[in-house]
Write a protein that binds this ligand. Structure first.
Ligand code: NAD
Length: 497
């Protein structure tokens, strides 16, 4: 039950000067309407933020369009200097960001600190790329003219982000878009608008020109995205979230042939072969499954164990999961926080019941919501008798680990690929040939070999099949916000004769 406090009262918000309005054309505005933000660890309202509507969104796009030409034309060194200034300012506010991230998302503070460090790493990495956006120069096939290419920003971009990594998603998308020379409208998740607001306020203070960065909060996301995608001036939408919403946005984007990047859901197989280092696999599986209370698109969704190591792995994994302390993320001993809201907690309870009744799964640990304020669920481990049930491919998105046993490497590969998703897969083996051959045959955008965490600024993050389109991070992430322009140049070879 959410018990409202007087609005805008949490002291951390005033301590860290978090704006509560929307940001358009270089100015913070109140809209006169508000929605509440809740701390998932307590169920209490911590803030009321301005609720933007379609007309606010269109004004944000007006500002982004007006700023686009000057932003594109800014010298690469000047743009990079702004990025470096922003990186330094962000770094100096690490504590404030960690507080706000934990307050509104519930994640353990140590995880907020880690996510923040990774996030500003993206900003730093993109700062270093700005002066290295190059074109090419070559001769046509028949030698009759020259082929020149140059890279240009795709244009004003809408960046829609989810609540599970409230800083990382904004920094990763924003870093790439702004480095490429695009102006942006951020639309962060209604559950976590405060981290996005602090981020945008920091960019403003670092000196990003008015209109280059804009921010809309809304309690009704569709009412914002639909008019923006219908507006031909919007040239890019980059979305991270569920496959269902991603598919709707793709349909809307199709009308104006808007450039799209989609980071969607996952059904990550975590494969442990018979020759694996089991202790390492257990450690990485605990991290990969229970980090952020399992609310990660790259979480281990199906833990697939070769029969020869299944018993040892299961025993050690259940023991390790049983030691995970659950609670308020501000408590330093806590490693598993709450789910984002009551709906997700209740959905997890139903999922665990269905796994048992319909798929015949055995409960090895946990299995219920925790009876206290906030939206907590016990770290849970379940073992499945077979792998053919439809439930096997649901994205669990909760601290519930699903274990399966297979009899051969071929069976592990077949089961791993048996999903319409294709984001992250994990593989544990000591055999380098197996690692390479299987990595090549896993139908996923990313494969972690003997590791359960892969996020890295220089690496291209993204999925195939229903997990999305495009990549974030690495050179590929920058390319997603750039168009290649080809200039054909006639050269009269006789002109100097
Ligand atoms: P969601 O799709 O409901 O919401 C994501 C964002 O889209 C939020 O900002 C939300 O307000 C907005 N949104 C919702 N409906 C919309 C609509 N009709 N039009 C425009 N915007 C809309 O997803 P969620 O439940 O908040 O996040 C969890 C999902 O995100 C999971 O499926 C997870 O796997 C995925 N995810 C993917 C990645 C990745 O990089 N592939 C990373 C994190 C999360």
């Amino acid at each position: 039950m959410v018990e409202p406090l007087a609005p805008r009262t949490h002291s951390l918000l005033s301590d860290h000067k978090v704006p509560l309005g929307i940001f358009i054309g270089g100015a913070w505005e109140e809209t006169g309407r508000e929605f509440s933000v809740v701390n998932p660890s307590t169920g209490s309202v911590i803030a009321s933020v301005s609720d933007g509507d379609a007309s606010d969104a269109v004004r944000a796009l007006d500002a982004a369009v007006a700023a686009q030409d000057d932003w594109r034309a800014m010298a690469p060194r000047a743009r990079a200097n702004l990025f470096h200034a922003a990186h330094r300012l962000l770094e100096s506010r690490a504590d404030a960001f960690a507080d706000i991230m934990t307050l509104e998302s519930g994640k353990p503070r140590a995880e907020s600190v880690g996510e923040f460090a990774l996030s500003i790493g993206f900003f730093q990495w993109y700062a270093e790329q700005i002066a290295h956006i190059h074109g090419t120069y070559s001769s046509s096939s028949n030698g009759g003219f020259r082929v020149m290419t140059t890279k240009q920003p795709v244009g004003p971009a809408l960046l829609i982000t989810p609540w599970n990594f409230p800083m990382l998603m904004n920094a990763r998308k924003g870093g790439a878009a702004l480095a490429a020379g695009c102006t942006v409208v951020f639309k962060s998740a209604s559950e976590t608008p405060l981290t996005a607001a602090l981020f945008v306020a920091t960019l403003e203070e670092a000196g990003f020109p008015a209109g280059v960065v804009n921010l809309i909060h809304t309690s009704n996301s569709a009412s914002i995205s639909a008019p923006l995608l219908a507006d031909p001036r919007l040239r890019k939408v980059s979305f991270t979230g569920s496959t269902g919403v991603g598919s709707t946005l793709l349909e809307q984007a199709a009308r104006n042939i808007v450039n799209t990047s989609m980071e969607l859901g996952g059904d990550g197989p975590f494969v442990v072969l018979d020759d694996a280092d089991v202790d390492l696999a257990v450690r990485e599986a605990v991290n990969c499954k229970f980090r952020n209370a399992g609310q990660a698109c790259v979480a281990a969704n199906r833990i697939i164990l070769h029969r020869d190591i299944a018993e040892e792995f299961t025993e050690k994994f259940v023991a390790a999961a049983g030691k995970l302390e659950v609670g308020d993320g501000f408590d330093a001993s806590v490693v598993v926080g709450p789910l984002i809201n009551a709906r997700q907690r209740d959905r997890t309870g139903h999922l665990v019941e269905d796994f048992q009744s319909a798929a015949g799964a055995t409960l090895l640990l946990g299995g219920k919501a925790i009876d206290r304020d906030g939206f907590f669920f016990e770290p849970t481990v379940m073992s499945f008798p077979d792998k053919k049930h439809d439930f096997c491919n649901d994205e669990i998105f909760a601290p519930v680990a699903a274990l399966y046993t297979v009899d051969s490497v071929a069976e592990a590969l077949e089961f791993a690929n048996d999903t319409h998703y294709g984001l992250a897969a994990y593989l544990f083996t000591r055999d380098i040939s197996r690692a390479v051959a299987l990595s090549e045959r896993l139908d996923f955008g990313m494969v972690g070999v003997n590791r359960g965490i892969m996020a890295e600024p220089a690496a291209p993050f993204g999925g195939v099949k229903s997990s999305g389109l495009g990549r974030e991070g690495g050179h590929e992430g920058l390319e997603d916000f750039l168009e290649t322009k080809y200039i054909a140049l006639t050269v009269d070879e006789s002109s100097f004769e």
